[in-house]
Design a protein around this ligand. Structure first.
Ligand code: URP
Ligand code: ZN
Ligand code: ZN
Ligand code: ZN
Length: 510
């Protein structure tokens, strides 16, 4: 069978991982505290054929049902990671975690859906989509796609429409950095924003000033700084602030909602705060690395250790992490991603002589749920309902798949975790499920543990063991015109009526 192919490929999840999961299609989760973003209650959850059928106290079932005792534990929607790069071909290599291994890691950490970025093939969106459809065939959990826009012409414009109307994509990412590769200019950004608005698709930006980053890199080389610290030094937070401000203002000019991915700095966060305070529809996504690490990693004297922290925008100095956490707790930032983009130490060594060649990216898909719990809930900064909102529900709402995803309600997909707040976790490359040999969160411990993960109605993680089935994950189509577009045309009408009537000018008679 196909699953044996993966067993033979050396995946070591114990005997039970081989072949199709034997767990029953009927599951009862008894006695836990069921947490949704809108409320928590002590209740049982009954699941049949991949769907949540009932959520109420004291559900009675027959003996063909698998019963899980969740007394004293939280029963929550599985995590949704809005930002991942599985099987991503980037900077001369490809990420080690593909759609099977990356998702297996996610499931072990309580994440049951992710949204990955389709990269066009030589500018073709259609070819890019087909390539990612192939990559994702081996999926063992549900997934959706964003799409990057890397060039502009009539074909791209038409293809965006096809992606939205026929392929289930409702978001497009524009890179303001990676000059000479993925970067686009302001003219293209404006064209893209206008097209997004007309399609009801969400515009996303990687906000760093790519021209200035290029300049900063030259400076480092001239100064003789070739090591991983040169990466951080070449692209300071003011360049993230500038690009965030520019993207926000241009989105405001077009009057279309904007989603800023991987918000790494106070500079960018404050631009988002200001825009939101003025009523603009801007979403800010911090990532786990930016929320939990300080920038000291790239200064490590050991190259392998230093290089594993290289990502863009860079992980900032201590202080930015705490400020991003605070922004998340007060609603300035709305949801947490990972930007999971895992390269092993051999791949990172492509930049051993020059930081510009270190493949950019860090891990996080397996660690996100635990780390966010630890830094945000355990620390007392947010409630358990808020935790569900920022790890799952808000993502489902933004990308228009709520309440199928992001909720424990009758009719929702059975993507559920059982979380024990009294247990603990420890992160190390030795025991993680990513295929990388390093982990940027190496050695981190904290309170709380995902004890059971149910994905698509299957128990896929229990007793520290994965039972995952390649091909069982489904592509989740995401329809356009999500809540961020509600009433946006009123703003257009207001703008038009605010323009003065054209000034009538008379020719001088003499
Ligand atoms: O360093 C990063 N972030 N790698 C992934 C690509 C991106 O910019 O999201
Ligand atoms: Zn085996
Ligand atoms: Zn990016
Ligand atoms: Zn990314």
């Amino acid at each position: 069978t196909e699953s044996n192919q993966f067993c033979d490929a050396g995946i070591e999840y114990g005997e039970s991982s081989c072949g199709v999961s034997s767990s029953s299609s009927k599951i009862l989760i008894k006695g836990g505290t069921v947490v949704n973003a809108h409320r928590e209650e002590v209740a049982d959850v009954y699941v049949e054929d991949g769907i949540i059928v009932a959520v109420k106290p004291n559900i009675k079932v027959g003996d063909d049902v698998t019963v899980l005792d969740a007394t004293g534990k939280f029963v929550m929607p599985g995590g949704i990671d809005p930002h991942t790069h599985l099987s991503f071909e980037f900077m001369g290599t490809e990420t080690v975690d593909d759609f099977f291994y990356g998702q297996a890691a996610a499931l072990a950490g309580g994440t049951t859906m992710h949204i990955d970025f389709v990269i066009p093939v030589s500018g073709s969106l259609t070819a890019g989509f087909e390539a990612y459809e192939k990559k994702a065939k081996k999926s063992c959990m549900d997934y959706g796609f964003h799409m990057a826009i890397t060039k502009w012409d009539e074909v791209v414009s038409k293809e965006m429409e096809i992606m939205v109307k026929e392929k289930g994509i409702n978001s497009f990412k524009f890179f303001l950095a990676y000059k000479g590769a993925l970067m686009i200019n302001d003219e293209l950004l404006l064209e893209g924003f206008k097209k997004c608005k007309s399609l009801g698709a969400l515009a996303m930006v990687h906000a760093e000033n790519g021209d200035a980053v290029y300049e900063g890199q030259k400076r480092m080389i001239e100064l003789g700084i070739f090591g991983p610290e040169g990466h951080a030094l070449s692209r300071p937070s003011l360049l993230e602030g500038e690009a965030t401000a520019r993207a926000i203002r241009l989105a405001g000019f077009v009057n279309t909602p904007l989603y800023v991915v991987h918000v790494m700095s106070i500079d960018a966060m404050e631009e988002i705060a200001t825009a939101r305070r003025k009523g603009q529809r801007v979403i800010g996504e911090p990532v786990v690395s930016g929320l939990t690490l300080d920038g000291s990693g790239v200064w490590d004297p050991d190259f392998v250790t230093a290089a594993k922290f290289v990502m863009s925008p860079p992980i900032r100095a201590s202080g930015h992490d705490k400020a991003l956490q605070a922004a998340l707790s007060t609603g300035i930032l709305q949801l947490v991603g990972t930007d999971h983009c895992s390269f092993n130490s051999t791949q990172k060594a492509l930049g051993i002589d020059d930081f510009r060649n270190i493949p950019n990216g860090v891990n996080g898909i397996e660690e996100r749920m635990h780390l966010v719990w630890d830094i945000m809930v355990e620390s007392g900064q947010i409630s358990v309902t808020d935790y569900v909102r920022i790890t799952s529900t808000e993502c489902a709402r933004i990308f228009n798949i709520y309440p199928r995803k992001g909720a424990i309600l009758p009719g929702s997909d059975a993507d559920i975790i059982i979380f024990n707040p009294n247990s603990s976790f420890e992160i190390t490359a030795k025991s993680h499920h990513s295929r990388s040999d390093t982990n940027v969160f190496e050695g981190r411990r904290g309170k709380g543990k995902v004890e059971v993960t149910i994905a698509g109605g299957r128990i896929v993680w229990e007793n520290d063991e994965l039972k995952v089935v390649p091909g069982s994950g489904k592509y989740v189509e995401m329809p356009p015109f999500a809540y961020l577009f509600n009433g946006i045309d009123k703003g257009d009408a207001e703008y038009l009526s605010s323009l003065r009537a054209p000034v009538k000018r008379f020719k001088s008679t003499d």
